[in-house]
Design a protein. Structure first.
Length: 112
């Protein structure tokens, strides 16, 4: 039997999720910022997904951000929150994920 215990880092994709993703992986490429037909189609699919997620979470679509992964999400959240709220002290610990620690170090060096 094969058992995987590192689901915090990555996890297998459920079949029903994969089935929904495959059409975009196979033929759904395109720049959603482009004005051509494929770009508009991809943008529409992204916005539909954003609305679906917002409905599930009972929030506004404009509050949903898609990122490429955890590090990007950590950086985006921390940097934007710290700068927007003008927070001058961040408390963390050595056991925090390195993506958060690196971002905090960057903020400390850049804005301290």
């Amino acid at each position: 039997m094969n058992v995987y215990f590192d689901n915090a880092a990555t996890t297998p994709i459920e079949k029903k999720v994969l089935d929904k993703m495959l059409p975009f992986m196979e033929d759904g490429f395109g720049n959603p910022s482009s004005i051509h037909k494929r770009g508009r189609e991809i943008k529409s699919a992204i916005e539909k997904s954003r609305t679906m997620v917002a409905d599930i979470l009972s929030c506004e679509p404009g509050e949903i951000f898609f990122t490429s992964g955890g590090t990007e999400a950590d950086n985006m959240f921390l940097i934007n929150t710290i700068l927007e709220k003008k927070i001058d002290t961040i408390i963390t610990s050595k056991i925090e994920h390195h993506a958060v620690l690196h971002c905090c170090d960057f903020l400390n060096k850049s804005y301290n």
